[in-house]
Write a protein that binds this ligand. Sequence first.
Ligand code: ATP
Ligand code: MG
Length: 392
Amino acid sequence: MKQTLLIKYSEIGVKGKNRYVFEDMLVKNMKSALKVVDGVYEVRKASGRMYVNCEEKDLDEAIEALKKVFGIAWICPVSQYDRLSMDELKAAVLKHMQETYPSLEESTFKVNCRRVDKAFPLTSMEVNEEIGGILLDAYPQLKVDVHKPELMLNIELRPYDVNIYSKQIEGLCGMPVGSGGKAMLLLSGGIDSPVAGYLMAKRGVSLDAVYFHAPPYTSERAKQKVVDLAKIVSRYAGPIKLHVVNFTEIQMKIYEICPHDELTIIMRRFMMRIAEHFAKQEDCLGLVTGESIGQVASQTMQSMVVTNEVCTLPVYRPLCCFDKMDIVEISEKIDAYETSILPYEDCCTIFVAKHPVTKPRLDRIQKSEKRLDGIIEELYQKALETTEVIEI
Ligand code: ATP
Ligand code: MG
């Protein structure tokens, strides 16, 4: 008997001819997730599913690691055999039950046999009945319920392996990271942008990130917080190249020259320009922000028209229709929340106006920005040149 994890995936299953590309990507991501767990695990593909061989390894640790891999719908701890006669199957089922449920409470059950190996002498129906019979004998606390059983005992009779399993652990679903191209995440120290990055990664998009800091107005600790958040996102999204841009001089210049109620919006246009510069340099196919419609003045639809205008790449805003409560829920689920709420200063809040425009007009903003012509270019260039890159 082999202790194995059966990995079922959802959406990859419906891919046509290039399904193997997604599968190979998933295998690669599973292997790298398992690298951090002690021991060597074998990952193998087998007709529309995967197996992780966990012999003598810590199953729970492996499961925990795989629960962070996008593309996996279910993780099933399986007792796996090469081939079994009916008598051997009965013994194997009883062994599986004893090991999986050392003290089984009263519950309903169903046996669900799939006979792929047509050479097996009994039909699925017959296996269901016989195995159901021995379970009822062995466990008086069990009752059959074929519609909504609490315990589903699955038996798969396949030509080269027989699988017995009854537990299914939910995976994250989504698509394997890397199968969807790469995007540049504008990562701040807040709650929203790490969640936005996580959701993009869920659709198979790998990430690089850019953070704007404003020393000495923002501290080293504020920067470290962003590094920590990038590490949390990278548990799901894989390696991230974080660009830390020194934004102080640009911000000061805007503050000095432009109307204060337009500060945030003009500043955001510069952020987008710089983010796009690095996005193109890193072969990213889009920008990602944590904006949500109406959350603050700079996130009204009107404001987004104005910030978007400086970008040529698509800007993805996966949270645009999320309420804050729902964003917080995901933030907690991915263990980012505690870090996100640490009270360090943010570059946007330092120079913020008391009454920012909520419905900026593009022509007016462009006109205000014109005042920076001939002054800002040098600072912009300097910001690009002094950007620090941190590999996460
Ligand atoms: P978050 O919780 O992600 O900080 P927020 O609610 O504070 O978002 P804003 O400050 O308006 O909202 O920022 C909107 C988006 O702009 C952020 O989600 C992020 O993608 C980007 N952003 C804001 N500040 C920075 C920064 N200092 N560095 C990088 N990106 C930033
Ligand atoms: Mg913020």
